[in-house]
Design a protein around this ligand. Structure first.
Ligand SMILES: Cc1ncc(C[n+]2csc(CCOP(=O)(O)OP(=O)(O)O)c2C)c(N)n1
Ligand code: SF4
Length: 301
C-alpha cells in the first residue's frame, strides 16, 4: 500500500521546468547548480509541473521556487518543513521538495527537522549549504566553521559547526547524502536518488557563496572531494559505518589531508507516515468524503 506520484506520459525537456523569472542570484552562486540538477531530475522522473511542489523558507537559497515552473511556497523563515508536510498530507500523489539554506533549516527552523525525519514523511529536503547567512549579508550560521569571520564575528566564529549529516542520521532520516554544486553530475544523481526514495530524504549540497564566503569556495573544494560510495565502497545500508563516516564529515575544516565526503551515507526502507495513514484508512474503511455533519453532530450538545 503506497501512494504513487502523478507523472507525465512523455519527458519534458529540463528547460520546461524553469519559470520565466530571471534569477537575482549573483553570478557564480553555487545555488544555480541546484536549479540545473532539479530541472534534469524532474525531466528524468517525468514529473508534471502542475503536480509538483517546491517549498522554501527565507534566504538567497530559498528564492529557488521562484525560478521554477511548478507550484511553489515561499514560507516564513524556517518554516519550509511544516508547510511541506502540510502539502504532502493534503495531496500525497504530488512530490514535495524543500529547498532552503543552512540557516533556514538548522537555525531558526531547526525544531521541525527531527520530527519530520523520525515520522518519515515522504519529502525531500535539500539544504544549500554555503556555511553562513548570505541574504542578510554574512553572519555565521550553525554550519559556519570555527574562526569564520562574518559581519557579527569580526574576530572569528568561536562556535563549532554543527555536523548536519550525523544529526540527520540520528534524527531518523531514511536517506542522508551530501553532494556539491561543483560536480553537476554527482549532484543530479544524488538528488534523483533522494527524490525516488520513499521517505524522508535529506541532501546537503555544498553550495559556495562567492560574494561573502571567501573560505568555502569552489577553489577550496577542488581536488578535496571523495565519493564515499564509488571511491571508498561505502554501503549506505550499513548504519555503523554510516555513522562512523558521518562523524568525520567536517574533519577537512582542520585537517588539510582530510577529504570532503560526498555520496549517500545512509539509506533504509521503512513505511512512510502517509502509507501508515493509508493503511489505517483502509483497515477502518474511512471515506475520503466523510459526512462532516454527521461527525460534528456527535459532538454537538
Ligand atoms: C523571522 C525572521 N528572522 C530573521 C530573518 C532575517 N533573515 C532572512 S534570511 C536569514 C538567513 C538566511 O540564511 P540561509 O538560510 O543560510 O540562506 P542563504 O541566504 O545563505 O542562502 C535571516 C536571518 C527573517 N527574514 N525572518
Ligand atoms: S550573496 Fe551569495 S548566496 Fe546570495 S546570491 Fe550571492 S552568491 Fe548566492
Amino acid at each position: 500500500m503506497s501512494y504513487q506520484y502523478i507523472k507525465l506520459e512523455e519527458k519534458l525537456p529540463p528547460k520546461e521546468y524553469r519559470s520565466n523569472i530571471e534569477p537575482t542570484w549573483c553570478p557564480g552562486c553555487g545555488d544555480f547548480g541546484v536549479v540545473t540538477a532539479l530541472t534534469k531530475v524532474f525531466s528524468e522522473e517525468q514529473f508534471d509541473p502542475t503536480a509538483l511542489t517546491l517549498v522554501s523558507g527565507i534566504g538567497c537559497s530559498s528564492r529557488l521556487p521562484l525560478w521554477m515552473n511548478s507550484f511553489g511556497m515561499h514560507t516564513c523563515h524556517g518554516r519550509a518543513i511544516p508547510a511541506a508536510v502540510g502539502a504532502r498530507l493534503a495531496k500525497p500523489e504530488i512530490p514535495v521538495i524543500v529547498t532552503a539554506g543552512d540557516g533556514d533549516l538548522f537555525s531558526i527552523g531547526m525544531e521541525h527537522f527531527p520530527h519530520a525525519a523520525r515520522k518519515n514523511f515522504d519529502i525531500t529536503v535539500i539544504c544549500m549549504d554555503n556555511r553562513m547567512y548570505a541574504l542578510t549579508k554574512n553572519q555565521q550560521s550553525p554550519t559556519s566553521r570555527t574562526g569564520y569571520k562574518g559581519s557579527l564575528t569580526p574576530y572569528g566564529n568561536i562556535e563549532e559547526p554543527m555536523n548536519i549529516i550525523e544529526f540527520a542520521i540520528a534524527c531518523g532520516a531514511t536517506f542522508v547524502a551530501q553532494t556539491y554544486s561543483g560536480n553537476p553530475k554527482h549532484e543530479a544523481e544524488i538528488i534523483q536518488q533522494a527524490v525516488e526514495h520513499k521517505g524522508f530524504a535529506f541532501v546537503n549540497v555544498l553550495s559556495p557563496c562567492p560574494t561573502y564566503n571567501k573560505i568555502d569556495t569552489f577553489n577550496y573544494y577542488k581536488g578535496r572531494t571523495i565519493d564515499i560510495n564509488k571511491d571508498l565502497g561505502h554501503d549506505p545500508t550499513d548504519r555503523a559505518k554510516a555513522l562512523e563516516l558521518a562523524r568525520h564529515v567536517l574533519d577537512h575544516d582542520n585537517d588539510p589531508n582530510a577529504k570532503v565526503m560526498l555520496g549517500v551515507f545512509w539509506k533504509e526502507e521503512k513505511p512512510t507516515f502517509e502509507d501508515k495513514v493509508l493503511a489505517l484508512k483502509q483497515k477502518y474503511g474511512a471515506s475520503d468524503n466523510p459526512d462532516w455533519d454527521a461527525i460534528l453532530n456527535r459532538y454537538r450538545p
